[in-house]
Design a protein around this ligand. Structure first.
Ligand code: PMP
Length: 361
């Protein structure tokens, strides 16, 4: 049996361990574990589930879904203010990124990233036999436009941006995206998984630029991470190309119903976003009063912290022993001393803030 060279050499995505695994490693019960590391919503969308329950009887799970996802694309087209032929529905934003790599990356070509950023950009590129050129971000994690353009000038097929950026929380400036779109000559994929928390988007630029692909998801603001629904928005011509590599039935009828229901109740999503943003700002304000820790501003549902005298790994382990799971990023270039936590319910955030305040002394 022969395994592809790129797969043998691949550094795969580091899956988050389960509550059971974490509990076992620190001698707690699974119910005592509180997650701040997965960037999902703490509020299950109960009203959507009740609606789904009332429709279960008539659900044609014996049949494939409508593979052109017409109903959902119509709802997304109203929400995002684009035409239906600009939309490609995917099984989460991660499948969208995988499809973008399949569409743009040839063996031996390059993708450019503004580093540090979402780990999957590198993985999907390498799986296609491409390589990533990471361009370090500037002060306060701003994109280095000149650096990105320079890196994109040879054999580069795509620039991956993430706005708001996971894990730094800042957004890419609109003028940065416009410069890259007009000057780089390759595709620009903007991952807007956390868009709803910032309200800032470049979707409208898809009407002008054929080389722009915006990636979105129902996993964050819409509280549907477990349903696995995402989508891409681009020009109709580019959407046609992306559609060529789309697996025919990767979104289930159940997930389609849930995401359609979510778009029919935008108030529910907006209330969720409001709660999270309010809690995020409360956490940031609290931590700004603590000594020895730098708190970065955030346009997303998570916050990045830097322990100025190091010791982030130690803090991470001590939090873990209390059942509080954050993401330790200290090993990532540019993020030395950094931890990231997602905003949770107020009483859970209180637990984390109290524990962090103890660490700051
Ligand atoms: N993009 C970014 C920037 C993310 O942080 C995540 C979630 N980890 C994803 C995409 C994946 O989203 P989905 O659940 O829709 O696959």
């Amino acid at each position: 049996m022969q395994i592809r060279e790129v797969v043998r050499k691949l550094q795969p995505y580091v899956w988050e361990p389960s509550n059971e695994q974490i509990a076992l490693s620190v001698g707690l019960k699974p119910g005592e574990i509180v997650r701040f590391d997965t960037n999902v919503s703490p509020n299950p969308p109960s009203s959507l589930l009740i609606k789904l329950a009332s429709q279960l009887n008539e659900m044609r799970v014996n049949e494939y879904p409508d593979t052109s996802y017409t109903k959902l694309r119509r709802a997304i087209s109203n929400y995002a203010e684009v035409t239906m032929d600009q939309i490609v529905v995917t099984c989460g934003a991660d499948e969208a990124l995988d499809m973008a790599a399949k569409t743009f990356i040839d063996h031996g070509s390059f993708a450019v990233t503004s580093s540090p950023t979402y780990a999957l950009f590198k993985i999907v590129t390498e799986l296609m036999g491409g390589n990533v050129k990471p361009v370090p971000r500037l002060e306060d994690f701003e994109d280095d436009v000149e650096g990105l353009l320079k890196a994109a000038s040879t054999e580069s097929r795509v620039i991956f941006l993430c706005s708001p950026n996971n894990p730094t929380g800042n957004i890419s400036r609109r003028e940065t995206v416009v410069s890259l779109l007009s000057e780089a000559g390759c595709a620009v994929v903007v991952d807007e998984a956390y868009y709803e928390f910032s309200g800032r988007t470049v979707v409208d630029l898809t009407k002008k630029y054929d080389n722009l692909v915006v990636v979105r998801t129902f996993s964050k603001a819409f509280s549907l991470a477990g349903a696995r629904v995402g989508y891409m928005i681009s020009s109709p011509e580019t959407a046609g190309m992306l559609n060529k590599v789309r697996p025919p039935n990767s979104v289930s009828v159940i997930s389609l119903l849930l995401s359609e229901a979510a778009l029919n109740d935008l108030e529910l999503m907006r209330r969720n976003v409001e709660l999270i943003v309010r809690e995020r700002d409360r956490c940031i304000k609290f931590l700004e009063e603590c000594s020895g820790v730098k708190v970065y501003p955030s346009h997303a549902n998570f916050v990045l912290l830097r322990f100025e005298k190091g010791g982030a790994e130690r803090v991470y382990s001590r939090l873990l022993k209390k059942g509080l799971v954050v993401r330790c990023l200290s090993g990532t270039p540019g993020l030395e001393g950094c931890l990231r936590f997602n905003v949770n319910l107020p009483e859970k955030n209180d637990l984390l803030l109290e524990a962090l305040a103890t660490e700051c002394g």
